[in-house]
Design a protein around this ligand. Sequence first.
Ligand code: NAD
Length: 286
Amino acid sequence: MKIGFIGLGNMGAPMAKNLAAAGHAVTGFDTAGVTVEGVTPAATMEAAVAGQEVIVTMLPNGAIVRKVHEAIVAAADPETLIIDCSTIDVESARAVHDLAGEKGLMSLDAPVSGGTGGAAAGTLTFMVGGSEAAFAKGRPLFEIMGAKAVHCGDAGAGQAAKICNNMILGISMIGVCEAFHLADRLGLDRQAMFDVASTSSGSCWSLNTYCPAPGVGPESPADRGYRPGFAAELMLKDLDLSQTAAEKNGAFTELGRHARDVYKAFVEAGGKGKDFSAILEKLSAG
Ligand code: NAD
């Protein structure tokens, strides 16, 4: 396929590289002038968009996605499928679907889970919103960039799934960190705490797979000084998205709101650039 890829950052660059390595003709554009192995650089966004069968975007936030998608829709061929893989608010996701629809273009919101490691390895999970026909056309590309793609429903359903999942993740990571902190204060060995809770009703991904205590459980960012992984400020961004959505849609998410406040305070107090599991380090420091 002929693919235009807009946004070649930490996530977009390896995703575009994998599409090119699989034999697709990928043209890339990033305002930072990034070049990626196997990807033909375009001098302008319009040059990356015109004549392509699929356009993929991987951008920082909803405002940028709205602006970029306006330019894409203006320059794209009539049969083009537009896939936005950025994590953005549900409203912006639906707005860019509408924009594409007005010009008769197919579109998908397809945020990802799996981080930069998953992007490089081609093992991302895609959560996808949009029509069946659009999903069918995008699926071969998801299979290259990822290990799993779930069609969650209509426009915006991918973003809805993403923010709900990450709200669980933020809350559960704080819970696991608090449990280790309490265990420390009670004189309970961290390994014993892990051995019990990871095989009991306290088990969850934040504990079993991504344990925030160094030297305990499988290897995780805690074992390399909390170098991300998934940075605390990205968790804060996703928790902010979940709380904006909760407020707009009348959902009661008290723990989600509290988790957002915990990450906001953490990021502002020097946690920026650290993995989101470093909440344990902060609790231990008192
Ligand atoms: P990033 O900041 O590394 O990359 C974003 C890229 O977009 C940058 O290279 C920037 O120059 C480019 N850009 C900005 N405005 C542009 C424009 N108008 N036109 C073209 N290019 C433009 O961010 P990232 O870590 O790659 O994340 C991208 C998205 O993926 C975000 O929405 C993020 O929330 C989401 N995400 C990130 C991770 C992660 O672990 N990094 C995991 C899951 C989802």
